[in-house]
Design a protein around this ligand. Structure first.
Ligand code: OSB
Ligand code: MG
Length: 371
């Protein structure tokens, strides 16, 4: 199978509402879309989750555009019969840049699944028709606004709520949500915002308000601090930014620093690595779930496919299209179904269509590469 063209589109989609985390506020999302075409009329779609600024990790739209245009796409054209595995192997001589690599790896997975007349989910060994999902709720101006926001998501049907927290936005808002909704499953995510000495305080409010999971309170490299927090805790300690590959997962497992694993396709450099990490964690009795990066329907379709494989046990951060965008790039939209689930698309490849009209209207730049 030979690639005849690779197109890189830079797209901007406004979010339905601002999303604030400990590292900043996002009002719109700018990201790259990868479109592959072969001589026999097959295609593959991918999305790069890197944002305008390198706040979540060191990658950004600009760094991803550079490594894709100048290194990864030329490398892709050198492969006579590109598969996700062969691409990642060839790309491994370039360090890091996992979000950019993931964008190509997922597009190749879509292409290969279509060639095999399978959905991406089937191609990955999925068994489920629906995946259990929750919603990630950004920092709000006041605790009362947060309680109201959570209430609307519960009415929509989400049965697991993840609150973004940071120093100064934790015990009070978490307590307010807990008092308003005594039974809801509550998780929190700090995106590395706490100093190492904050462990005792975090444990106190998390236990007091029955928080089921605390995600990445400390810096990426702080494995021992996460281990100390997990020791004897009533909640799971989840790692997100700290785990980017197999060695970092092994270190976290042997230190007992991880009791829940957030697997993001973008962060770990693709679906195949994500699947391996979740399987390895399951072997160590650590449950996994799929994290999101506010992806458009393209990235979300890949995430949903991954979440439907047997290695994933907890609810994923994959919400309905209308939680992110008024106008998504894909059709049909993802809608929340019974018991807080999304349906796994079963058509060929990612199983959802790309709306060319919306893609062209939202495109800010485009470049086509040929062998
Ligand atoms: O840490 O999980 C995170 C979004 C951008 C960057 C980091 C994170 C997030 C989310 C969004 O929590 C989850 C989603 O896509 O629904
Ligand atoms: Mg996170």
């Amino acid at each position: 199978m030979r690639l005849t063209s690779v197109r890189l589109d830079e797209v901007e989609l406004p979010l339905v509402e601002p999303f604030e985390t400990s590292f900043g506020v996002e009002r719109k999302r700018r990201f790259l879309v990868v479109h592959l075409e072969t001589g026999d009329g097959l295609e593959g779609w991918g999305e790069c989750a890197a944002a305008t600024d390198p706040l979540y990790s060191s990658e950004s739209v600009a760094t991803a555009r550079w490594i894709l245009s100048e290194r990864l796409i030329p490398l892709l054209f050198q492969l006579p019969d590109p598969t996700p595995e062969r691409f990642l192997k060839a790309a491994s001589r370039f360090r890091g840049n996992r979000m950019a690599k993931a964008a190509v790896e997922i597009a190749l997975t879509d292409l290969r699944a279509r060639a095999a007349h399978k959905s991406v989910a089937q191609f990955l060994g999925s068994r489920r028709r629906r995946v259990h999902v929750g919603v990630s709720v950004g920092i709000q101006p006041t605790a009362a606004r947060l309680v109201a926001r959570v209430g609307r998501y519960l009415e929509d049907g989400y049965d697991r709520i993840k609150l973004k927290v940071r120093p100064g936005w934790d015990a009070a808002p978490v307590g307010a949500v807990r008092r308003a909704y005594p039974d809801v499953e509550l998780w929190v995510d700090a995106n590395q915002a706490y100093p190492l000495r904050a462990g005792g305080a975090i444990r106190a409010w998390a236990e007091k308000y029955g928080v089921a999971q605390v995600e990445q309170p400390f810096a990426e490299r702080s494995i021992q601090a996460h281990a100390a927090l997990a020791h004897g805790a009533s909640f799971r300690v989840c790692l997100d930014e700290s785990v980017v590959d197999e060695p970092s997962l092994e270190d976290a497992l042997s230190a007992h620093a991880v009791t829940s694993l957030n697997v993001k396709v973008a962060r770990v450099g693709g679906l195949s690595t994500g699947l391996r990490l979740a399987r390895r964690a399951a072997q160590a009795r650590v449950p996994s779930w799929v994290g999101g990066m506010l992806e458009s329907g393209i990235g979300r379709a890949h995430n949903v496919a991954l979440a439907s494989t047997p290695a994933f046990g907890l609810s994923s951060d994959l919400s309905a299209s209308d939680r992110y965008y008024h106008e998504d790039l894909t059709d049909p939209p993802f809608v929340l179904g019974h018991r807080s689930t999304l349906e796994v698309p079963s058509g060929p490849g990612i199983g959802v269509g790309i709306v060319g009209r919306i893609l062209r209207r939202r495109r800010r730049a485009t470049r086509t590469f040929r062998p």
